[in-house]
Ligand binder design. Structure first.
Ligand SMILES: [Zn+2]
Length: 68
């Protein structure tokens, strides 16, 4: 059994999916586009790095989140 994980290159934003193998380690390797080795899991949407990459998604525009 293997899970799939979506990851995004921290440098160029290249998107790909990887599978977690038996070792339970995620090893996306290097980016095919820029050879960078840093990847962010797409599931980590609260990640500040991710936030800077993704400018306001259209769904949120116009609908302001209430400050808590
Ligand atoms: Zn890249």
């Amino acid at each position: 059994m293997s899970e799939k994980h979506a990851v995004e290159c921290l440098r160029c934003g290249h998107f790909r999916t990887i599978e977690r193998g038996r070792s339970q380690r995620l090893e996306p390797g290097e980016c095919p586009r820029c050879d960078y080795l840093g990847w962010a899991l797409i599931a980590d949407l609260s990640n500040p790095i991710r936030r800077t990459l993704c400018e306001r998604p259209p769904a949120v525009r116009g609908r302001r989140l209430r400050a808590v």
